[in-house]
Design a protein around this ligand. Structure first.
Ligand SMILES: Cc1ncc(COP(=O)(O)O)c(C=O)c1O
Length: 394
């Protein structure tokens, strides 16, 4: 057991702030009693402001995978074709889930080094003259690679192709960290989870749903019960749930919504962006390569760093854990042991980033990974720039 706080720098679950821990440390209440309705209404309404939607939000007591399944089973029928994009490990898992449900995913392959290409989506939709494709599914922030897909451009690509497919977006690791606009970008189902930008423990997941998605539910033939949006609707209108909700996580969610609005969503997004930039500057100074090749797709939430040939990312991570009590994200499936991931999301500030990058820099040295020292200093110069430019302007 080490003294001081463990550094949990995986790209989610993220650190849970004390304020949220305290909000959850409250007696569990009768989820069918009068006091609960206030909590239920507050979180169901409050989440609309986080997704930026006037339409409905559904909250499940489940991990994000449940919300992936819910998005598909509420809108689609067995054998439906869905267009998915291989941005990385999580996009691949969503595709596998679609297959298991009896859907027919068409997968646009990629090298895991960028977000989805709207042009490739448009071309594929243009080929689909008979509108066999019922939904386009993309991952906004691909947590396995640190690449962001420009969802607004995907919407434009669908419109430019004149295609009626639903647009579904996984924001499990981007919501409340990266700018996201469900209504403005014409998204039909947004999928999310509690354990990343919302700063909660794992255990809640979400679907934000458009009017078009609600209409699709009327004819969707896939079987559903637990995930049914319809079952949720009546109880949700009064602030309740059709089954036992994760009461104490909802107390935490209520606090998280308040915290995000107190800081201001735009400030939250700017903070994440700055931390992404400072981290990438450190990586560049170390002489290492960021996995995401497209500069404008690089994630404000996490940075996946490639190891030099012949060096094991997992060995380095284990050294960082043993020597500095810091957990870093591992490389998943195709990039296992080839990359490590630095999470810089959620309840996170400049000094936490400096501590994290110091741990990485010392860990790289200890593990004998060839790199140039000075990355932390370079990151500090980026972080301090904010105050220098404010002084110059004064
Ligand atoms: C982008 C993305 N999608 C889906 C998932 C799966 O969510 P869960 O593990 O909560 O089921 C994750 C988990 O990290 C993720 O990052």
């Amino acid at each position: 057991m080490s003294a001081g706080r463990h550094f949990l720098q995986i790209p989610g679950p993220s650190n849970v702030p004390d304020r949220i821990l305290r909000a959850m440390d409250y007696p569990t209440m009768d989820h069918r009693g009068p006091a609960f309705a206030d909590v239920g209404r507050k979180v169901l309404d409050g989440m609309k402001s986080i997704f930026k939607t006037e339409s409905r939000v559904v909250i499940y007591p489940s991990s994000g995978t449940g919300a992936w399944e819910a998005a598909l089973v509420n809108t689609l029928s067995p054998g439906d074709t869905v267009l998915m994009y291989e941005t990385g490990h999580f996009a691949t898992l969503w595709k596998a889930l679609a297959e298991k449900l009896g859907l027919n995913p068409v997968f646009i392959s990629s090298d895991w080094r960028s977000g989805a290409d709207p042009q490739a989506i448009e071309s594929r939709l243009l080929e689909d003259k008979t509108h066999e494709i019922k939904a386009v599914c993309v991952v906004h922030n691909e947590t396995s690679t640190g690449a962001v897909t420009p969802v607004d451009k995907v919407r434009k690509a669908i419109d430019a192709a004149g295609h009626p497919a639903l647009l579904m977006v996984d924001t499990i690791s981007s919501l409340a960290s990266v700018d996201y606009r469900h209504d403005e970008w014409g998204v039909d189902v947004t999928v999310s989870g509690s354990q990343k930008g919302l700063m909660l423990p794992p255990g809640l997941s979400f679907n934000a749903i458009s009017e078009k998605a609600i209409r699709a539910e009327e004819t969707a033939g896939l079987k559903r019960s637990y995930w049914s949006w319809k079952e949720m609707e009546g109880p949700n209108e009064k602030g309740y749930f059709p089954y036992t909700p994760a009461t104490n996580l909802l107390y935490g969610l209520s606090e998280a919504i308040d915290m995000l609005h107190e800081e201001g969503l735009d400030n939250v997004f700017a903070r994440h962006k700055r931390h992404g930039e400072a981290t990438r500057t450190a990586v560049q100074t170390w002489g290492l390569e960021v996995l995401c090749k497209v500069p404008e797709h690089r994630s404000p939430v996490l940075t996946a760093v490639m190891m030099p040939e012949g060096h094991s990312a997992d060995n380095f991570r284990s050294v960082a854990l043993q020597h500095y009590d810091m957990s870093l994200g591992n490389g998943l499936s195709k990039v296992a042991d080839r990359v490590f991931r630095i999470g810089h999301l959620g309840d996170f500030n400049d000094l936490m980033l400096c501590g994290t990058l110091s741990g990485v820099e010392m860990g790289l040295r200890d593990a004998g990974v060839p790199c140039t020292q000075g990355g932390v200093q370079a990151a500090m110069d980026v972080l301090g720039g904010k105050f220098r430019s404010a002084k110059a302007a004064a």
